[in-house]
Design a protein around this ligand. Structure first.
Ligand code: TYD
Length: 201
């Protein structure tokens, strides 16, 4: 298929939201949608996009807050090398989570300083950050209904997840090209909204 040129400034697209928000489903649908439009697209996820061992290490074992933060950053440092190569090759990149997960979970959730986290993230990625973010918002009840086999992060308290959720809402208000979408709507309706935003850019 003929390769279309990526829209000039939106090449690295991240999907964000608290656990159970539906971001993985939407990220996969968006990936297929872009492929069908004729774009070359690379799909990745964090943690684990570059090395599944890191995902296993992070999500199946208990860590203290700092080691958890550095493991997510180590994972991102590896993944960003791959993302950069793919972008240089002319691909669009769709990523299930990104540095904004660290800002929401480790920043708003755990209380690490946001400016410091921002710097650490840019250090880890060599300055690479998503150009466009779709973030899905759900309430705590919906999250509880949807998350069935919790990993170590998902076992954190309701108060922790309230802070993460509010963190994402704050990021949507302050960050450029960061779109917050109601994640309680039907899957198809949400995807229509994602496409509408993409087409309007
Ligand atoms: P995810 O892959 O979305 O979980 P699932 O397999 O359940 O869909 O993410 C794993 C967990 O890691 C999730 O609870 C969010 C958390 N996380 C952070 O706390 N910080 C980060 O920087 C990232 C990338 C993820």
């Amino acid at each position: 298929m003929h390769q279309r040129s990526p829209k000039s400034s939106f090449k690295y697209i991240a999907f964000e939201g608290i656990d159970g928000s539906g971001k993985t489903t939407q990220a996969k649908r968006f990936y297929s949608y872009l492929q069908n439009l004729g774009y070359n697209v690379f799909y990745t996820k964090e943690p684990g996009g570059a090395d599944e061992r890191l995902r296993e290490l992070i999500l199946n074992h208990r860590w203290n807050k700092k080691s958890e933060l550095f493991l997510f950053l180590a994972d991102r440092a590896l993944n960003s090398d791959i993302i950069r190569i793919r972008l240089d090759e002319g691909n669009l990149v769709v990523s299930d989570r990104s540095m904004f997960s660290t800002l929401a979970y480790q920043g708003f959730g755990e209380g690490f300083d946001l400016d410091f986290l921002f710097e650490l993230n840019l250090f880890a990625t060599g300055g690479l950050k998503p150009d466009l973010i779709f973030c899905f918002d759900i309430d705590m009840e919906t999250m509880k209904e949807r998350v069935k086999n919790p990993d170590v992060i998902e076992l954190k308290s309701k108060e922790f997840f309230e802070r993460v959720r509010n963190g994402y809402i704050h990021l949507a208000e302050t960050e450029r090209d960061f779109f917050l979408i109601d994640g309680r709507k039907a899957e198809d309706e949400i995807f229509e909204e994602v496409k509408r935003i993409w087409e309007s850019l």
